[in-house]
Design a binder for this molecule. Structure first.
Ligand code: FAD
Length: 500
């Protein structure tokens, strides 16, 4: 899924790929600038606190990776996230070189009761991987993928991006489920769910995790799998970053050919009602090998259109049969479906827009795209020359729904789609009218939703976030009390250890 520029095709260099210009390694004390006598910081509970030079020196001496304070060159790059209109300033940033540094950073944050953010790909739409006044752990150096082709396993460092995983696995003729934009972090996407072009065949990204290494709030480094710390293993698969920093994921891989059949079929917006209903019906009955997003899109300066974006990953000779219901929808404005390289498809909608845009989005899971929802969608959709407005249906079903809702902490197995209303506009212009429109439109759509996908949810009140874990909440709360009793890891779809 590319939410801002799904029709774009060029490959953007990932921000996280570039290393900061000035790297201050603790071991190299000659290059360490003078640390300030003290810096102001904020606790997890929002109380002002102070970190002294000796606190910072002790931390810096224990690290192999850099410690950044405001003014250091690396600081700017780390504190920023994908949505560049989010402008938060952590008091300090640790960029661990590996799990040992993560343990040091987590222990420091706990001992000083600091607000703590953990950043992998930085794609959290509410900016939960950065913060004001707390510590950020930026996993940009904890990257890398090792594939074991014989065992069909990938060992993926906790700060890796999806493109790292796809590239290495496919080179061995193997794949696993990843999201649809290659600079999304493996960490956030997997811990919260992981929809993607192969999810209907192989399950969510989290369904393919066979083990993790995780640094929990006590600073301990633990392995969790079906046989070791099994309860923790259950909880990390859907419980987001609530239990600690995952420094390594082990993923099951599946053999797949490199070529898929993929592209966009673009229709005029005048047929929207009929096409939404048809899309709902076709996507509900599609084979597991056919993944199809539906996108209603209005962009300034472009035609307003309805797009079906497909990826068929089964045997090439069966592609046309799978695509036949889409072909029967009549003559499109454009049809770009053709045989393509899977890894190129996975990178094909990466971000290319250098402008800073403000985004405001809502999302909810639906069970079906029926006449009632279609009517509400058509009635409320209003293009605006100042704003990009998109309704995005990310398809679920297939293997995702074959897993019990209590088998992992991710409960929403029966959703047919994740429905997202995404708007964005040039940062700096007046946001009020755009936000009002989204709130008004979403009010008419929300009654058709059943729960939310944690990875695309908004800043909802804590009770709503927790209720979204449905039948898994109490079990998750017990885990939270055991592994993070002070709620050190709170910048996520948070489970409050103390709540009833
Ligand atoms: P970050 O902002 O770095 O982190 C998000 C959350 O995860 C934070 O709470 C963070 O603390 C936590 N976290 C991250 N890594 C770790 C770790 N190693 N250990 C512990 N906690 C960690 N979702 C899909 O399912 N499928 C898609 O196709 C898809 N496409 C997207 C495309 C775009 C352009 C965007 C912006 C989002 C998309 N998403 C998609 C949503 C995506 O899953 C979430 O935004 C997810 O949180 C991104 O993970 P991240 O590591 O990039 O984010």
């Amino acid at each position: 899924m590319r939410r801002r520029e799904f029709l774009g095709s060029s490959i953007a260099a990932s921000v996280a790929l570039s290393l900061p210009a000035r790297v201050v390694l603790a071991a190299d004390t000659s290059s360490t600038p003078q640390l300030p006598a003290q810096i102001p910081a904020v606790t997890g509970g929002g109380v002002a606190t102070t970190l002294t030079r000796s606190d910072l020196q002790a931390l810096q001496r224990s690290l192999r990776g850099p410690l950044y304070l405001a003014g250091d060159a690396g600081y700017e790059l780390s504190r920023r996230v994908e949505d560049r209109s989010i402008d938060r300033h952590p008091a300090l940033i640790v960029q661990p070189s590996g799990a040992a540094d993560v343990r040091t950073a987590v222990t420091f944050a706990r001992e000083h009761s600091l607000l703590l953010a953990v950043k992998c790909g930085g794609h959290s739409q509410t900016g939960q991987s950065t913060c004001n006044g707390g510590m950020q752990i930026d996993l940009a150096r904890v990257r890398g993928v090792r594939v074991d082709p014989a065992a069909h396993l990938a060992y993926v460092a906790g700060g890796s991006l999806l493109g790292d995983l796809d590239h290495e696995a496919m080179a061995c003729g193997l794949v696993t489920t990843a999201g649809t934009v290659s600079h999304t972090g493996v960490g956030g996407l997997t811990l919260g769910g992981g929809f993607g072009r192969l999810a209907r065949r192989f399950g969510l990204a989290l369904d393919n995790v066979t083990a993790v290494d995780i640094v929990t709030a006590d600073g301990e480094y633990r392995h969790a799998s079906a046989t070791e710390n099994p309860e923790l293993f259950w909880g990390v698969r859907g419980g987001g970053g609530n239990f600690g920093v995952v420094t390594s994921f082990e993923f099951a891989l599946h053999p797949m050919q490199r070529q898929v059949v993929s592209g966009n079929v673009v229709f005029p917006i005048s047929r929207l009602r009929e096409l939404l209903l048809a899309y709902g019906d076709i996507s509900a009955h599609a084979p597991a090998e056919l993944y199809m997003d539906g996108i209603v899109s209005a962009s300034p300066g472009k035609d307003t259109v309805f797009v079906i974006s497909v990826c068929y990953s089964g045997p090439a000779e069966r592609a046309e049969q799978a695509l036949a219901p889409i072909r029967k929808l009549g003559t499109p404005l454009a049809d770009t479906i053709e045989a393509r390289d899977y890894v190129a498809v996975q990178r094909g909608t990466d971000s290319t827009d250098p402008r800073v845009r403000s985004e405001y989005a809502m999302s909810g899971l639906i069970d079906r795209l029926d006449a009632g929802l279609t009517a509400a969608l058509v009635a409320g959709f209003e293009p605006d020359p100042e704003r990009r407005t998109e309704i995005f249906f990310q398809q679920g079903g297939g293997a995702i729904g074959k897993i019990d809702s209590s088998a992992t902490a991710f409960p929403h197995r029966q959703a047919s789609h994740n429905m997202m209303l995404v708007t964005d506009w040039l940062a700096g212009s007046d946001a009020t009218a755009h936000r009002r429109y989204v709130d008004r439109y979403w009010k008419s759509l929300q009654p058709f939703t059943h729960g939310m996908y944690v990875n695309t949810m908004n800043d909802d009140p804590p009770a709503i976030v927790e209720a979204n874990y449905a039948g898994n909440l109490q079990r998750l709360r017990q885990l939270k009390r055991r592994y993070d009793p002070t709620n050190l890891f709170r910048l996520n779809a948070n489970i409050r250890p103390g709540a009833a």
